[in-house]
Design a protein around this ligand. Structure first.
Ligand SMILES: Nc1nc2c(c(=O)[nH]1)N[C@H]1C(S)=C(S)[C@@H](COP(=O)(O)OP(=O)(O)OC[C@H]3O[C@@H](n4cnc5c(=O)[nH]c(N)nc54)[C@H](O)[C@@H]3O)O[C@H]1N2
Ligand SMILES: Nc1nc2c(c(=O)[nH]1)N[C@H]1C(S)=C(S)[C@@H](COP(=O)(O)OP(=O)(O)OC[C@H]3O[C@@H](n4cnc5c(=O)[nH]c(N)nc54)[C@H](O)[C@@H]3O)O[C@H]1N2
Ligand code: SF4
Ligand SMILES: [Mo]
Length: 895
């Protein structure tokens, strides 16, 4: 398994988001890896976003799991997997197949996923395999199946470019699907007639290209889209021909939507009548309309209804499956789609087949030659962990996901894992919060070390290829699962030697007795040779064995996968606003930031990516902040009946009053108390089982602190003596924000952060309550520590530069304690462009010197000219500067 990879540059696929960009990874003599966008990949044509561009910096082995462990002690594969097979077999024997479960992830490869699903559903005979895609895509899957009869994404990325109207619902495309956003941005620049509407309670970076932003009340999307359906019907903007020929249930859906009463819709959504009318008219008159939706739609207790309310409007106008038209659910994870294809959800079967369909079950069983096929749905993620907690699950295998951070009621999940008799965790890193709960810890091969396939949001299958040797005892996920299956007595069915063999079987199953009856068909690859597998370029499905399906869009001419092959309108009723206790008057919304990926186990390793946002925060509206006496840079607590977080206040009009937004990324590794899912309620959608991660009633309060500290440190302290802290890597060390609730001895604090030796400098005013210290070892700065009774006023960007670069001459050391940049080294301000480390002060300066467009800023500073992920923020800054200078000139004129 350790043979050298022969070529130096390898074509592979990005392991982050569902855009699925092609990456050229080059391995250099010195072992370093650099990456570039693959110009030939049809998803990105050479582009990469900030996360993709930084991939080479995240491959270090420093926190990797490098050998199996049993009960916290080093073990070997043979013993570890013997134990796994034994404990699973024992649990099944004593308590039946439903007493065991797998919880996997949209970040494993299709081959890994296929094996896990086959073992659980076909050989263990339970459907207790669920995945973090339950938190991500389940409502889209359920909505697709209700409307189309199968989980089909009808369109392609190109449709966003060909459209005249793109409606983005609950999608922060600029930050979460940055390369697709860039394609949209470019298309809009080339087609001035194109309009973009953003439907999101928050004003996100995506709004930089919006012609209209509808900041609706949370979870009021059904009201908005039901209203749209009613409007289309009343304005006779329907495609009657399409409705009659290809669909059923139109009248009932229109009836459920009710009349288009704009006043009522305005009340339900909190939007102005004008904006609603404008939006409806835009849709009515624009044939080429694409509606893109993501987690603001899916992650809701009415998520499936939101999906169908959107799809209804496309069926009613026949705008589906034709160039520039269609509903488009963009997937989050690199292999969310692959997971759906292998049937990795507890309510699905392999090859997009239906678990509840006896014919499909028979077909799969025949193909697998398996003793059983699970015939009832398994436990969905949230219920699964509730079953773990109540003792029904005796053995659980978690793979490539960190449920103690990412599932709602996350502290409850931790408790469940503590109570579970046997927990297996396969991960690549030791630093994931779920790792400590493992009885058996299995070191998995990471991106660059593993081989397989992923499917992106537009049904395009690409290869992830290996370009690094497997470190020590690390093994790919598929191998771990197959080995356990063999040890459980299913040797013949799991005799795979390579991922290629698994892919062939998966492809053959998709084509098995298909004949166009099922959407997912890549039968053409059923007998692909190892060479074909190694070299195939990205392709979109379907690819049937007879090569019939050349068209990659679905449903322009009907052909749905329901019994009568008609598309189904789903009548959806608007739910009344949820009742909320008075003690929890705010709505907590959660989501992502530009440069971090989920629980930060990879993106949190590189200073380039943490420089954009280094601390967990809550966006809160200025009027709410004022009411709660929260000042800029104060700390605040967000609390629900389930738990609480302590985060920095970010006071901004980007959020609506009464709502707060907290990112999902920070874990116990990076902050004292910022695991937001400990606060999120485990309420789920009745159809999809997806939790409503964007809506939890919470209480918000100011955290009164007795002191605040900021430090840059050469090494990470073992213990941080503070009630609040957040740490992030920087060039040459770490940056630390911290604070305490009670009076503290700052000398003691400094020494526990490592301040020691004789070579140090301190200035302080004890009565005024501030202190600044810096210390050196062999003339190399080891740390600088700034302490104050109020928030610490030190230029962070400047201070973070202290550990990198040339050491300051001795006679200039006191400069450090000044806490701000000297005139000859201006402070760049908060970093906007992570590729070139350009901050907002520099952009402001460029703007005042005449740079009035993103391109002009790029010409001067380089900002935005590499990955382009920051272009929307630069535009927003320019807009703000323009507003300010307009305001200034108003004042000047008035004066
Ligand atoms: N940088 C980055 N990119 C990522 C990821 C990452 O971790 N980091 N993760 C990937 C994954 S797995 C996923 S699933 C995607 C997610 O991609 P997105 O869905 O685009 O991202 P989110 O930030 O989760 O949520 C999107 C928006 O939904 C809005 N929203 C909240 N409530 C409502 C509502 O009731 N109605 C509407 N219309 N909108 C609402 C939020 O304000 C938020 O701006 O991103 C992928 N890309
Ligand atoms: N409040 C709130 N919660 C959310 C969301 C939200 O918007 N709000 N979003 C939800 C969504 S959409 C998602 S997708 C989830 C994501 O949540 P998670 O899946 O929990 O997040 P990750 O950090 O991606 O976890 C992946 C884990 O797999 C490890 N890993 C990486 N590569 C491999 C590999 O090849 N093999 C193995 N075995 N392990 C590997 C990583 O080190 C990491 O520990 O979070 C969900 N939770
Ligand atoms: S948009 Fe960024 S994170 Fe997503 S696949 Fe492309 S490079 Fe990776
Ligand atoms: Mo996701």
């Amino acid at each position: 398994m350790t043979e050298e990879t022969s070529q130096k540059t390898t074509r592979t696929t990005c392991p982050y988001c569902g855009v699925g960009c092609g990456v050229l990874a080059t391995r250099h003599e010195d072992g370093t890896v650099t990456v570039a966008g693959d110009p030939e990949h049809p998803s990105n044509f050479g582009r990469l976003c900030s996360k993709g561009s930084a991939l080479g910096e995240t491959l270090s082995l420093d926190d990797r799991l490098l050998y199996p462990e049993v009960s916290g002690k080093r073990s070997d594969w043979e013993s570890a997997l013997d134990l796994v097979a034994y404990r699973f077999t024992q649990a099944i024997r004593e308590n039946g197949p439903d007493s065991v479960a797998f919880y996997v992830s949209g970040q494993i490869l299709t081959e890994d996923y296929y094996v896990a699903n086959k073992l659980m559903k076909g050989f263990i005979g339970s459907a207790n395999i669920d995945t973090n895609s339950r938190l991500c895509m389940a409502s889209s899957v359920a909505g697709h199946r209700r409307a189309f009869g199968a989980d089909t994404v009808p369109g392609t990325y190109e449709d966003l470019e060909l459209a005249d109207l793109v409606v983005l619902v609950g999608s922060n495309l600029a930050w979460c699907h940055p390369v697709l956003f860039q394609r949209l941005e470019a298309a809009k620049a080339a087609n001035p007639a194109m309009r973009v509407v953003v439907v999101d309670p928050r004003r996100t970076a995506t709004c930089s290209i919006a012609d209209l932003h509808l900041a609706l009340k949370p979870d009021s999307d059904v009201a908005l889209f039901n209203g749209l359906l009613a409007f289309l019907a009343e304005a006779a903007a329907l495609d009657r021909n399409y409705i009659n020929r290809f669909t059923e249930g139109f009248d009932k859906a229109v009836e459920a939507a009710g009349p288009c009463a704009i006043g009522e819709i305005a009340e339900k959504t909190g939007l102005s009548r004008q904006d609603i009318a404008l939006f409806y008219k835009m849709v009515a008159r624009t044939e080429k309309t694409v509606t893109v939706y993501s987690q603001g739609v899916n992650q809701s207790v009415v998520g499936t209804d939101k999906v169908n309310a959107i799809i209804n409007t496309h069926l009613a106008t026949g705008r589906i499956g034709r160039p520039g038209m269609g509903p488009f659910s963009v997937t989050g994870q690199p292999n969310a789609m692959g997971g759906r294809e292998v049937g990795g959800l507890a309510n699905m079967l392999a090859g997009h087949m239906a678990l509840e369909d006896p014919h499909h079950r028979q077909l799969v069983r025949e193909f697998w030659k398996s003793p059983v096929v699970a015939d009832k749905q398994g436990l969905k993620a949230v219920e699964l962990f509730q079953a773990v907690r109540s003792g029904r699950i005796k053995a659980l295998w978690i793979m490539a996901t960190s449920p103690v951070d990412s599932l709602p009621d996350a502290d409850g999940v931790a408790e469940a894992l503590r109570a579970c008799p046997f927990v297996v965790v396969s991960d690549v890193t030791r630093s994931a919060d779920t790792v400590p709960y493992a009885d058996v810890l299995l070191p998995a091969a990471a991106w660059g070390e593993k081989d397989g396939t992923v499917t992106n949001s537009e049904r395009r299958i690409s290869r992830q290829r290996r370009f690094l040797d497997l470190p020590r005892d690390v093994r790919p996920d598929w191998w771990q699962m197959a080995e356990v299956a063999r040890k459980m007595g299913h040797g013949e069915a799991f005799a795979y030697q390579t991922p290629a063999a698994i892919f062939r079987e998966h492809a053959a199953l998709s084509g098995y007795r298909n004949g166009g009856t099922r959407d997912f068909d890549i039968g053409a690859y059923g007998d692909a040779s190892d060479t074909t597998y190694d070299t195939f370029p990205p392709f979109q499905w379907p690819q049937a064995v007879d090569g019939s399906a050349a068209e990659t869009r679905f449903f322009a001419e009907g052909g749905f996968f329901t019994e009568g092959r008609k598309g189904r309108f789903v009548p959806v009723a608007c739910q009344p606003p949820r009742k909320r206790e008075r003690a929890y008057p705010f709505v907590l919304n959660t989501g992502r930031v530009r440069d971090q990926w989920h629980t930060m186990t990879r993106t949190g390793k590189t200073p380039r990516l943490t420089s954009h946002i280094a601390e967990p925060f809550a966006e809160i509206h200025p009027r709410d902040a004022a009411r709660l006496d929260i000042q800029p840079a104060d700390l605040m607590r967000v609390k629900s009946p389930f738990g609480s977080v302590d985060v920095r206040a970010l006071i901004t009009e980007r959020v609506r009053e009464g709502e707060v937004y907290v990112p999902m990324h920070w874990t116990d590794r990076f902050a004292s108390c910022a695991r937001i899912d400990a606060v999120v309620a485990p309420d789920t959608d009745p159809h999809s089982g997806q939790p409503g991660l964007k809506f939890t009633p919470v209480a918000v309060s100011k955290l009164k602190m007795a002191w605040f500290g900021f430090a840059v440190l050469r090494s990470r302290p073992a213990h941080i003596p503070a009630d609040y802290w957040a740490i992030a890597p920087i060039e040459g060390g770490y940056r630390l924000e911290f604070a305490g609730r009670t009076e503290a001895d700052f000398k003691e604090i400094a020494s526990s952060l490592g301040a020691s030796g004789d070579d140090f400098l301190r200035i302080e005013d004890v009565t005024a309550g501030w202190s600044r210290q810096a210390w050196w070892e062999k003339d190399i700065l080891q740390g600088a520590f700034f302490f104050s009774l109020t928030s610490v006023e030190v230029s962070r960007q400047w201070a973070c530069g202290l550990l990198a670069g040339e050491p300051l001459p001795k006679d200039q050391r006191t400069r450090i304690l000044a806490g701000r940049a000297p005139a000859d080294r201006p402070d760049p301000g908060a970093i906007v462009c992570s590729c070139f480390q350009i901050g907002c002060n520099q952009i402001a300066e460029a703007a005042s010197a005449g740079a009035d467009s993103v391109g002009a800023v790029g010409e001067r500073l380089g900002a935005g000219t590499n990955c382009g992920s920051c272009r929307s923020e630069i535009q927003t800054l320019l807009d703000e500067f323009a507003k300010e200078s307009l305001h200034d000139s108003d004042i000047a004129q008035a004066g």
